[in-house]
Design a binder for this molecule. Structure first.
Ligand code: SF4
Length: 876
């Protein structure tokens, strides 16, 4: 640790600090109006000037590196006088009422501490006020031209919203549209966070006041797992800020994490248990609701056996709650019929990875984005669905990493890509086989790696010989030369990292599609090193955790097979685990229609709105005798089929942990009391166990006690105490309390020994276009909404994205004489719906893309019944 001498006093400061941070750490606060630790220093405000021994002039601390023995003056009178002079130049046109209203802004602090309030001479100018945006209030009367908003938008988000217009005294910073709402702003709030005056401010803070308490927790939306600081006042969330030392987001959030929190207080939140009798819901006590559920479950089991019940855990619930869900299913209900929404997203990824390399996880970490020379993104749209990952990939490409995008649409990342392969949907296997062909044909594989760690190379080489780029090009609808170019980029630009999403998995060959992707990483040695690996972008905040905690019919906590984990967990639980195979979620629907499944308990999962082929789902749910819904709102599942409603808490109202897409376990912390009579899921599950006379094994005094039981059962969690998870979390596996966690898997070996290359041929989906159904529809999410819209749909995000849209190519729209916004009827072989069209150059002729966030459009009325042949994931 370096030693520095400041104003004659010696100090030892921590390694890796900037001089501004080091001075702060020893109690010297220099004003820094243009400085933000997330940005390169520009040193234009000149307020942090210090005098370094040996230097003829004062220098800005923000741009001065620390060296051991550095000696400087920070508070000399002439330096302080220079600061006052700089502040005076800003004060004359600054409105004094802003300082009075928000005294804690950095600029306001600097003015007040130096007694310059009297010199504020400005007045608010309505022409510089823009209140068009639902979340961000703009008052450029308070702009001091520090340009932090301009730079953070470019350098952190990779967006270019803010521009400097005019010269000299008339210089003004403005968005790139007539208003902020009509600009290219993606509402991440980074400009608000960095603004030192409040020229940019959260509308919620203006309306409700500055937070009085801040609580660090993990975002409840996507699987990126950004940590955030939630500001509350009078028992209400009024703001969310990024956490500067968060390992994934590094001081950044997207619009959902940053702003979409008001669903917690939505008027239609259900906070009292309910039972439905003769079609009508009535409010009941918790005791009555739990007793009703317990008795109905027991009656069904007595009549039809334990396997007549299915349970669905929740990607919205914590690890602790999902662990209890599967434990309850296995030891109280006595069935393995337990699953979660991983079934409809990344079970193909975990199955493919587990079968080939021995662990069904992302192999690397998001920090590897900055280490990768090449990034391959396939079937994923990170700038909309995992926006912090998307922003990091965009920045990596700006810094020179090669980017390959495989997606039928020209998604935002395609504009930064060196190579965009707009393949026909569902043709991933021909494409990646042909890339493997090129890698072998051109001698680009990593012979050492293959020789040491890969099996069945010769057989694979013989198989792949037939998969020429020319053959794949016909199937994929892209040029053979482009396939070769992508293969060369990926194979030669090492280290090369892959991210994939549901465009890989939600196909009839989803699992096999991931397998051929893994082939590419094996052939090129892109495993076990920084900047490499195969990395599924998990969708929901805790979908990785829900499945990993055992909400999976074939797996116990820790993703261990029932056969392998039976002895250990039976000992831990003092109970037998059922022998019969469990049903996965789609099989439960089949069993319901066949009359074999009679009851379903669904936790935080709007099955009816989310499952494909809604007519079939309705028939299945309608055939059940009992549907227990545990959620925050009256979901479509509850509205259509619910028998009893158990009101749960949001993640802001409870403690626990989530597991993100890079295997990081992070803390979830309570900052609000549960709304009304709602309860955390773990308390509801424990209460139902007691109502079924099962007290042993469900008597926990809080989530930490449940987590400690998970640690006792899972070697990979053993070293993760709550104390160690306190800041930044730890990455699975972490087998002992002195283990640092595992950012990169398979460094020296695969758990399976040699990884087998997979020889997989292409089988087209049964769902093909023709004269009667000429368009191929794919579905996905938008930046502003999330899945079934249960949470984001109850926030002002709905002003920014009010409806599901059907994207159509300009040529198709012209041919059908459609206008932007025109509502059309969309008909498939399986059903129909109506939604407005959005004419979009990003989509190819003959294809359509639609989001599925609202019950109004209910897009799954048109999606079909086809499923992945290995794990049953639907083809959305
Ligand atoms: Fe939340 Fe995902 Fe956005 Fe991060 S990227 S703030 S985890 S929704």
């Amino acid at each position: 640790m370096p030693q520095i001498i400041v104003d004659g006093q010696a100090h030892t400061v921590a390694d890796g600090l900037s001089l501004v941070q080091a001075l702060h750490s020893i109690g010297i606060e220099l004003p820094t109006l243009c400085h933000d630790e997330r940005l390169k220093p520009t040193a234009v405000c000149r307020l942090c000037l210090v005098r370094v021994k040996g230097s003829a002039h004062a220098v800005p601390a923000c741009a001065t590196p620390i060296t051991d023995g550095l000696e400087l003056e920070a508070r000399a009178p002439d330096l302080e006088e220079a600061r006052r002079g700089s502040l005076r130049l800003l004060a004359w046109r600054y409105p004094p009422d802003a300082v009075a209203a928000f005294p804690d802004k950095p600029f306001h602090n600097a003015i007040q501490e130096r007694g310059l309030v009297e010199e504020l001479r400005g007045a608010s100018n309505p022409e510089l006020v823009d209140r068009s945006h639902p979340y961000i209030a703009v008052d450029m009367t308070r702009c001091i031209d520090c340009h932090r908003c301009v730079r953070i938008c470019e350098d952190l988000q990779g967006q270019f919203v803010w521009h400097t217009l005019g010269r000299g005294m008339d210089t003004r910073i403005r968005p790139d549209g007539p208003t902020l709402r009509d600009s290219s702003c993606v509402s991440c709030g980074a400009c608000v966070d960095t603004c030192p005056t409040g020229a940019l401010e959260d509308t919620s803070v203006l309306a409700l006041g500055t937070p009085t308490n801040w609580t660090r927790t993990t975002c409840p939306y996507c699987g990126t797992g950004c940590e955030m600081s939630v500001g509350t006042r009078d028992g209400r969330i009024v703001a969310v800020k990024a956490v500067m030392d968060a390992p994934v987001s590094k001081g950044h959030l997207c619009v959902k994490g940053r702003y979409a929190f008001e669903f917690v207080r939505a008027d239609d939140r259900i906070t009292t248990p309910m039972i439905r009798t003769d079609g009508n819901w009535r409010l009941v006590t918790w005791e009555e609701a739990l007793q009703f559920s317990a008795e109905r479950l027991q009656q069904l089991i007595a009549r039809h056996g334990a396997d007549c019940i299915g349970v669905l855990g929740s990607a919205r619930a914590t690890n602790e709650e999902n662990y209890l869900t599967q434990k309850f299913t296995r030891v109280v209900l006595r069935t393995n019929n337990v699953d979660c929404c991983a079934r409809v997203c990344h079970t193909p990824s975990s199955t493919a990875l587990k079968s080939i390399v021995g662990a069904g996880f992302s192999t690397n970490s998001f920090d590897d984005i900055e280490a990768a020379a090449t990034i391959l993104v396939c079937g994923a749209n990170p700038t909309e669905n995992h926006p912090i990952v998307g922003a990091r990939i965009k920045q990596a490409a700006r810094r020179g990493a090669a980017l390959i995008v495989v997606d039928p649409r020209a998604i935002e990342l395609a504009s930064s890509a060196d190579c965009h392969l707009a393949i026909r949907p569902g043709t991933n296997i021909p494409l990646f086989n042909a890339m493997a062909h090129t890698i072998l044909a051109e001698g680009l594989c990593d012979r050492d790696f293959v020789g040491a760690r890969v099996a069945e190379f010769d057989e694979f080489a013989r198989f792949i010989d037939a998969w020429t780029p020319r053959r794949a090009a016909r199937l994929c609808g892209v040029a053979a030369d482009e396939i070769r170019r992508a293969a060369r980029l990926y194979a030669t630009g090492r280290p090369a990292m892959m991210f994939h999403g549901l465009g890989m998995t939600e196909h009839v060959q989803g699992t096999e599609g991931v397998m051929v992707l893994v082939n590419l990483a094996l052939l090129t040695g892109n495993f076990g090193k920084p900047g490499t690996g195969v990395n599924p972008l998990r969708g929901q905040n805790n979908v990785q955790g829900a499945a990993h905690m055992g909400c999976e019919p074939k797996l116990l906590p820790g993703s261990i097979s029932i056969d392998a984990g039976r002895t250990g967990f039976e000992k831990l639980w003092q109970q037998q685990i059922p022998q019969a195979h469990g049903l996965h979620q789609l099989e439960m629907m089949d069993a319901a229609q066949a009359g074999r499944l009679k009851g379903l308990w669904t936790i935080g999962y709007d099955l009816f709105l989310s499952n494909p082929n809604a007519a079939e789902t309705a028939r299945a749910l309608g055939a059940l005798e009992l549907v227990v819904v545990q959620d925050l709102f009256m979901t479509e599942t509850a509205r259509g089929f619910g028998s009893v409603f158990l009101p749960a808490c949001s993640s802001f109202e409870k403690d626990g942990t989530f597991m993100n897409a890079e295997r990081r376990i992070q803390r979830v912390r309570k900052m609000l009391e549960p709304a009304g009579d709602s309860r955390p899921d773990w308390e509801i599950i424990s209460g139902l166990a007691r109502a079924m006379d099962r007290h042993d094994g469900f008597q926990f005094n809080g989530p930490e006690a449940i987590w400690n039981e998970i640690r006792a059962g899972c070697e990979g969690a053993r070293g993760m105490t709550y104390a160690r998870l306190d800041r930044a979390g730890l990455q699975w596996p972490c087998p002992s309390e002195d283990h640092p966690g595992t950012p990169i898997l398979h460094r020296d070996a695969f758990p399976v020994g040699r990884a087998r290359l997979q020889t997989i041929d292409y089988a087209a989906s049964p769902e093909q276009t023709g004269t009667e159904y000429p368009f191929l529809l794919t579905t996905g999410r938008s930046l502003y909404q999330f899945n079934a819209g249960t949470m984001s749909g109850r926030t002002l995000n709905s002003e920014l994205r009010p409806a599901d849209l059907l994207d159509i190519a300009p040529a198709d729209a012209a041919r059908l004489n459609l206008q932007d916004g025109q509502v059309v009827r969309l008909v498939s072989r399986f059903g129909s719906t109506t939604l407005p069209v959005h004419i979009d150059c990003a989509i190819r002729t003959g294809q359509l893309f639609a989001t599925f966030h609202t019950a109004k459009s209910f897009l799954n009325r048109v999606t079909g019944p086809h499923r992945d042949g290995v794990v049953g994931t639907p083809e959305y």
